[in-house]
Design a protein around this ligand. Structure first.
Ligand SMILES: [Zn+2]
Length: 245
């Protein structure tokens, strides 16, 4: 394992549209397009309008992973109700050459960041013994809360797969804004399989960490958002809907 500072660029800002608490409340339609999103970053995650699957953005390409297992490159005119992107550049890089569970790897990342109070963008690439994912399914109005929508999600376990996990580590005090702890999405190297990560075991690869110094939060001005009853105590629902941290 090595840990070297490899980047001197100090722009570590994240652009996010809407909040996880709004998504938990069933605000599944947004006005931000994929084109607008990609103007703010080349890396990130989110979902699509109607809660139609999972989003992962890697190297400036936005992938749309649906609950039927299909994966497409999202068109610029698709909309998102919740997404966060950044221009990813690693400040820390950890080489992993032994089988490492999600629990052990996130502990390693926590130790590298060395503060519970700062967020980070996380990219994990390599060969995975297993990756357990879920993909939420498209919802119809009246929209159910995310906890209910996620109860019908498609789960899948991939084994011996090469690919990339993209996501964020968020401080606990931001849990109404983003998913507190680790929120990670996966796509395989063939760009045909993936989803929201519930668990994984990495057999070899690398972890890149980019501390977040700024958050640009863009809130919707839709009636749906303005009229929503948004909880200020989301920890339990977040854990249930997003699979823990
Ligand atoms: Zn997710």
């Amino acid at each position: 394992m090595s840990n070297a500072a490899i980047d001197t660029n100090d722009d570590y800002s994240v652009y996010q549209t809407s909040t996880i608490s709004a998504l938990l409340a069933g605000v599944y339609d947004g006005t931000v397009t994929v084109s607008e999103l990609l103007a703010h970053g080349d890396f990130g995650l989110g979902t699509f309008n109607h809660l139609d699957g999972e989003m992962i953005v890697l190297d400036g390409v936005c992938y749309h992973l649906r609950s039927d297992g299909s994966v497409t490159v999202a068109t610029g005119t698709e909309h998102t109700p919740f997404a966060a992107v950044t221009y990813f550049h690693a400040k820390h890089e950890l080489a992993i050459d032994t089988v490492t569970t999600r629990h052990a790897l996130t502990a390693l990342i926590d130790g590298t960041i060395n503060s519970a109070n700062v967020g980070a963008s996380i990219r994990i690439s390599g060969t995975f013994d297993s990756v357990r994912t879920r993909t939420v399914g498209e919802q119809k109005k009246p929209y159910p809360p995310l906890v209910d929508a996620a109860a019908g999600q498609a789960e899948n376990t991939l084994t011996q797969v090469t690919g990339t996990i993209a996501g964020y580590r968020t401080p606990p005090f931001e849990d109404e804004i983003s998913v507190a702890g680790y929120h990670l999405h996966f796509i395989d190297d063939s760009r045909t399989r993936g989803g929201h990560v519930l668990d994984f075991v990495l057999s070899s690869g690398k972890v890149e960490i980019s501390p977040i110094s700024e958050l640009h939060l863009s809130l919707p001005e839709t009636t749906e958002f303005l009229d929503a009853t948004i909880s200020t105590d989301v920890a339990a629902d977040e854990n249930q809907a997003e699979g823990g941290s």
